[in-house]
Design a protein around this ligand. Structure first.
Ligand SMILES: [Zn+2]
Length: 389
């Protein structure tokens, strides 16, 4: 295809620390970049840019890598706004509402699920998400989970099998049988997923149960990630590090020992401030994790119960306001951090060779993402069509 020159960029965040101001976001001013065959082939000063087949002048606006949303529960039916209202009136979240979404999702047709999820996907994309992860987990039976994995694969290559979301009603008296089903037949039928995940927390699965599922996943060649420490610290992070999970997600309640453990590991801590916002829970300190040397990602956790969020800009604003991240750190976490949580080297940055997935803001600086919360600042999203991610 034709090469494209994107020029007169007021502020370009490349997330390449060898470029520009040599910070982690690799910031350049008065910059340009050239895309060829949907890859970045040149980055630098606008005055030094080479010719290209097409020239696109952004008039001094900011450009950054497309957002990488590494944690969504995109595919479900129905909604639970009544629970949100009840929580805002003072009730605590304990995970019990997932059963309602399971019932609605089991009852929905494929077409209905495509329609409802497609609307959320469109919102995420319009907000600048160019790569996203999608989990199963709202069927909790063999046929249903394999259907959700197949539907998720229509949307992305970053599909996660989450049969171990909660123990379904019909297995409450025999949890072991459900864990065995998840680690056995259900996982086998969902093996086209790239990832396996477990909700390892109070009210969901304990560490031994999570271990059984993740060890089975490893044996089947599925990569691993874990919902950990959202409601309480039951030892999930040590398990995640031991089993080389790419990411531990939530990390709301984290001990000093676990912070050290994460800092010494290749496991990313994915923070989901939409969940704390929507459950009115205390936010974890992202600052503490970053200062200890932990790699941090930010994601929407888009789900109907605890974070019906489809805006990465909103997540960035929350992380800056409530978790102690600088704007640069939050933008990095929502792009390159998310890529790390998916173990992807080709997205989340705009170095030469990266996919040309990028966002053009209706603002001269990326700081406006946090400075003007609630505004739609994404003017244009360029996303490669050559891959399904
Ligand atoms: Zn989740």
């Amino acid at each position: 295809m034709a090469s494209r020159l994107l020029t007169n960029i007021g502020e370009l965040l490349t997330n390449d620390p060898t470029l520009g101001d040599e910070t982690p976001v690799g910031r350049l001013h008065d910059a340009a970049l050239v895309l060829d065959d949907e890859r970045v082939v040149w980055v630098g000063a606008a005055s030094a840019a080479p010719d290209a087949d097409e020239r696109y002048d952004v008039g001094g606006l900011a450009v950054l890598p497309g957002f990488v949303d590494s944690h969504t529960h995109l595919i479900f039916a129905g909604e639970r706004s009544d629970e949100f209202e009840a929580r805002m009136a003072g009730e605590r979240y304990d995970g019990g509402g997932i059963a309602r979404t399971v019932a609605a999702t089991r009852a929905a047709s494929d077409e209905q699920l495509r329609d409802e999820s497609g609307a959320r996907l469109a919102a995420l994309r319009a907000g600048g998400v160019t790569t996203l992860e999608v989990k199963s987990g709202y069927a909790l039976d063999v046929e249903g989970e394999s259907r959700l994995v197949a539907l998720a694969r229509e949307v992305t290559s970053e599909v996660t099998f989450l049969g171990a979301h909660v123990v379904p009603q019909d297995y409450v008296a025999d949890r072991d049988a459900y864990v065995a089903l998840v680690a056995g037949e259900m996982m086998m039928r969902c093996a086209s997923a790239k990832w396996a995940d477990v909700f390892c927390d109070v009210g969901a699965f304990d560490v031994d149960e999570a271990r059984e599922v993740l060890v089975a996943a490893r044996a089947r060649g599925l990569a691993r990630r874990l919902h950990a420490n959202q409601i309480a610290d039951i030892g999930a992070i040590a398990l995640a590090v031991e089993l080389d999970c790419a990411s531990v997600d939530h990390c709301t309640h984290v001990s000093d020992v676990d912070v050290e453990r994460l800092a010494a590991s290749s496991t990313v801590a994915t923070l989901l401030p939409g969940a704390e916002f929507c459950t009115r829970s205390p936010y974890p300190s992202g600052r503490r994790l970053l200062d200890a040397g932990v790699t941090v990602a930010l994601a929407t956790d888009c789900n109907p119960g605890t974070s019906y969020v489809t805006s990465m800009s909103f997540v960035i604003a929350l992380a800056v306001r409530e978790m102690g991240l600088s704007v640069d750190e939050a933008v990095w976490a929502a792009t390159r951090g998310g890529a790390g949580a998916l173990r992807r080297a080709d997205v989340g940055h705009l170095s030469v060779g990266a996919r040309g997935d990028l966002v053009i803001l209706n603002a001269p600086r990326a700081a406006h993402l946090a400075y003007r919360p609630g505004s739609s600042l994404v003017r244009e999203v360029w996303r490669c069509e050559s891959d399904d991610a």
